[in-house]
Design a protein around this ligand. Structure first.
Ligand code: HEM
Length: 517
């Protein structure tokens, strides 16, 4: 590992000098300002930049669509092993962390559960839970002094809402997160313990991920995490046993008569697909793999979606014109419970969602590591440090390629001079250049692309639309603090933090005004 960077051809790429032999540019990459750092490097050093990671390891930054497409689709590239192992120790061998043949197997069995037809059946769950939040907020307004408006922390409420949604739609489990905390159930408590902690750069988890010796450091979080993990596994196993039993009864021809929401959840679908008679034995997932999908869906699908809706309400709060144009469209619908197709057919709602996920992607970046030597083709030529024109780069085992989600989504070269502005109207006619972005959804890179693209992207788009539909029809949103006070804090998910808040607590204070007279 120590000598690898000295042998790799990546060292011939232009780029900034490493500020630290131990941490390389990791501080810059985890800092709030990472997006402008990346933009600056691309401006200074050209379309392909070499920067450094831990122990001077090579990292490549580029926005070249051909190169990124290559990395996303070639089996030579895997997620960074240390990060996978670290997450795998917490959530088990779920689809988010496994690689190679095991990953292909899991994706194949899980794919049908995320098909549009099944997501369509979940729309009622999304709308139902959103209506629950609407009613809670409405009663808070009624109880307030002026009975027309109140202040809420949108982020924490939306976090509860999306946790309830992933519980019901993911495994037919009601977290009841929208209920008061005292009524918190076991799985919700276990999950919040496992992922407790504040965003930002933290040394110990970082060292634990990289240097096995540090995993022996006894910290309180590790102990409570182990206890919470045991609860999570236990509940996961119970859920699995329940789903298997239901599927068995159905498969025996004694089809259960109750068409409950549980029959529609992702885990039930996955269990059925895994039990299908025509699935070869070696393609079936083990019980351990299936149980690991419970925390996997919670990790991958809950905070990402609540953060996306939160940033959308932020964008709508600072642009009242867009907010009322969107509301006008939503109020045209004669029912509170539209179908998925009806939601998906609303053009301005679609443009607002795309623009939110472009400007405020919840996951700011990801990365892949080459497992052996490779040549990455480029669309545009560039000069290496020796001044030679190149149309490809060579990498070797251990080289890391950044997947710069924010930088692509906001690139002025691709989107035009107004790339940094929130403008849903841009989706009426998007520039030719963005059609090359190798994203699985709508010309943005926010769900990545290729064989490891977000499996839940359709789920989350319909969920986001259902939540916005329900809330915008009942409330007007305003920021309750000056917009300069909201800071983006980047970690695995980019959350809002109030400027000057020493506790670094994530929140989005909004004033909500009832539209019911
Ligand atoms: C706005 C919401 C969401 C965003 C922005 C998002 C983004 C992403 C991104 C960027 C990745 C790739 C990570 C990487 O390869 O390093 C990913 C993977 C994944 N996402 Fe999402 N996600 C969202 C919602 C969801 C939901 C709702 C679910 C499940 C119900 C979900 C399940 C997954 C899973 C299982 C993976 C791993 C896929 C694999 O490795 O094969 N995501 N997501």
């Amino acid at each position: 590992r120590v000598f690898q960077p000295l042998r790799s051809p990546v060292r011939y790429l232009p780029g900034p000098p490493s500020p630290s032999i131990i941490f390389g540019h990791m501080k810059e990459m985890f800092g709030d300002d990472f997006a402008s750092v990346q933009e600056r490097w691309l401006r200074e050093y050209g379309p392909v930049v070499r920067f450094t990671g831990v122990l001077n390891s090579n990292r490549v930054l580029t926005l070249d669509p051909r190169a990124l497409h290559h990395v996303l689709t070639s089996p030579i590239y895997e997620k960074p092993a240390d990060a996978r192992k670290h997450l795998g120790r917490i959530i088990g061998p779920g689809v988010l962390v496994v690689e190679g043949a095991e990953h292909r197997k899991q994706r194949r069995v899980m794919g049908p559960a995320f098909a549009p037809g099944h997501i369509s059946n979940m729309t009622d769950i999304f709308l139902d839970k959103a209506a629950q939040l609407r009613d809670i907020w409405m009663s808070q307004i009624t109880e307030s002094s002026d009975q027309v408006a109140t202040k809420v922390d949108a982020l924490s409420w939306l976090g509860k809402l999306t946790l309830d949604v992933i519980g019901m739609a993911g495994f037919g489990y009601d977290f009841d997160a929208l209920r008061p905390k005292e009524q918190s159930n076991e799985l919700r408590k276990a999950f919040s313990v496992m992922f407790k902690g504040r965003p930002g750069f933290k040394l110990l988890p970082f060292l634990q991920a990289w240097v096995p010796l540090f995993r022996l450091v006894p910290d309180e979080q590790t102990k409570t995490t182990a206890r919470a993990q045991a609860v999570m596994k236990h509940i996961g196993r119970e859920l699995l046993a329940e789903k298997k039993e239901t599927a068995r009864v159905e498969m025996n021809g004694e089809r259960l008569n109750r068409k409950t929401m549980q029959d529609m959840d992702l885990l039930s679908r996955l269990v059925r697909a895994n039990m299908a008679a025509d699935l070869p034995e070696n393609q079936r997932m083990s019980d351990e793999d299936v149980v690991a999908q419970v925390p996997t869906f919670m990790v991958a699908g809950h905070e990402t979606t609540s953060t996306a809706v939160t940033w959308c309400l932020y964008a709508l709060s600072i642009d009242p014109r867009v907010q009322s144009k969107l509301r006008d469209e939503l109020l045209q619908i004669p029912t509170d419970t539209p179908s998925m197709d009806a939601l998906m057919a609303l053009p301005y709602l679609d443009a607002v969602c795309r623009e939110t996920l472009r400007i405020h992607p919840p996951v700011p970046m990801a990365g892949r590591v080459a497992q052996k030597e490779d040549t990455i083709p480029f669309e545009t030529t560039f000069l290496d440090v020796k001044g030679r024109t190149q149309d490809h780069i060579r990498v070797t085992k251990g080289d890391f390629v950044l997947l710069p989600i924010v930088a692509i989504n906001r690139s002025k070269d691709m989107w035009g001079e107004d790339a940094l502005e929130f403008k849903p109207e841009r989706w009426e006619s998007i520039p030719e250049a963005v059609s090359k972005i190798p994203g699985v959804w709508g010309n943005v890179f926010s769900f990545l692309g290729g064989s490891r693209a977000c499996i839940g992207y359709r789920f989350s788009i319909v969920e986001i639309k259902a939540i916005l539909f329900t809330l915008l029809r009942s409330f007007k949103f305003e920021l309750a603090v000056p917009k300069e006070d909201i800071v983006k804090r980047s970690a695995i998910v980019t959350r809002p933090v109030l400027r000057g808040d020493v506790e670094n607590k994530t929140q989005m204070p909004l004033t909500i005004r009832s539209l019911r007279g």
